[in-house]
Write a protein that binds this ligand. Structure first.
Ligand code: UFG
Length: 343
């Protein structure tokens, strides 16, 4: 029965992780309302979501910092719970434009919390990042590892978590889960939904795929002298649908005591740059030419999640491996070589 469904407000629901999470929620009997200002996303995703899930999200185009717009959404859409993705997320850009990052990423959070408070909404899942950990001494990384963010983007996520802790302290009925993602990649297995970065990609998998389709000549591997198996950087890549499932389960299993909790979402498996290139070549049949260049400033040797807490508290573990990530990312990229707007 439609009106028995719980309604989730998904901010940033047109983005990469947000759009996949919308599919997951619709397929698990939630109503979904998206607030997104489309500053780094395309409205085409809503058609794709409906195609896959067989139901539509309700889209409200607005900036999350716009309190009047949020009030209108909470009043007219009867929101039960919230997932907050909307944020700027490019590390390099955050170094150039720190105030824009703090204004957008923290202003949206405080406005949202106030609106939730006014409308009596208590459950929130927050999109956080393993970049909060910064330079770590050892992996796998547990949630108790002290935060040491190294750039304004990561600091905005860390400050967001501090704001949430304070809000939970002031308002004991608030129930917040902060999910610290490691390196999300892949795409929906249909090949209809995926990652569509604007401009030249910063991240490894999107860059590799643009080499595969011939938009870029070769991959630049940033350093082969790290203290890792083959000298290239090691990360914990996780399939975006595993991340989407993690959000759904976090809503379904709120903490028994209200308050603030933080969970890593990763696979616990480390993959080097060359491992990923190899896996992608096998999944796609393409050859990825590459050259080793200097290290990228700010990069670290290895970041791999300790995934025990999410398994204990949510009963959630990632189900998909690197071959799945490469296959699904490639099936989206192959069919949508210019991203959503050209397709
Ligand atoms: N890399 C290359 N060449 C490239 C791009 C990346 O060799 O063209 C290497 C990097 O040096 C690193 C690895 O590939 O060793 C992964 O790099 P990404 O840029 O894909 O991802 P990062 O681990 O640097 O971190 C990114 C964001 C963070 C975010 C994190 C998890 O920059 O803000 O993903 O979401 F927190």
């Amino acid at each position: 029965m439609a009106d028995a469904r719980r309604t989730v407000l998904v901010t940033g629901g047109a983005g990469f992780i947000g759009s996949h999470t919308c599919v997951e929620l619709l397929q698990h009997d939630r109503e979904v309302v998206v607030v997104d200002n489309l500053s780094n996303a395309s409205a085409v995703v809503f058609d794709r979501i409906a195609e896959i899930a067989g139901r539509k999200v309700r889209f409200r185009e607005a900036d999350v910092r716009d309190r009047d717009a949020l009030d209108a959404v909470f009043s007219s859409d009867t929101i039960d719970e919230v997932i907050h993705f909307a944020a700027f997320k490019a590390v390099g850009e955050s170094v150039e434009k720190p105030t824009a990052y703090y204004d957008n990423n923290l202003g949206s959070l405080t406005t949202l919390l106030d609106a939730m408070h006014s409308h009596g909404v208590r459950d929130l899942v927050f999109s956080s990042s393993c970049s909060i950990y910064g330079m770590v001494e050892r992996t796998p990384i547990t949630e108790d590892t002290p935060a040491s963010p190294t750039n304004p983007y990561a600091r905005s996520k860390w400050m967001g978590e501090l704001i949430l802790q304070d809000a939970c302290h002031a308002r004991p009925d608030l129930n917040v889960t902060s999910l610290r993602y490691f390196n999300p990649t892949g795409a929906h297995e249909s090949g209809r939904l995926g990652e569509d970065p604007r401009g030249i990609p910063n991240n490894l998998m999107p860059f590799v795929m643009q080499v595969a389709i011939g938009r870029l000549p070769r991959l630049r591997v940033f350093g082969d002298d790290y203290a890792t198996r083959d000298g290239t950087g090691v990360r914990d890549y996780i399939h975006v649908m595993d991340i989407a499932e993690g959000h759904r389960v976090a809503l379904e299993r709120p903490s028994e005591a209200s308050g603030f909790r933080v969970l890593n979402l990763g696979t616990g498996t480390g993959t080097s740059v060359l491992d990923l290139v190899d896996a992608f070549e096998r999944a796609s049949g393409c050859t990825i030419p590459y050259e080793v260049v200097a290290r990228r400033p700010g990069d670290v040797d290895a970041l791999v999640a300790d995934v025990g807490r999410a398994a204990d508290l949510l009963g959630w573990t990632a189900q998909r491996d690197l071959a799945d990530m490469c296959r699904d990312a490639w099936s989206f990229q192959r069919v949508n070589p210019q991203g959503y707007d050209a397709g």
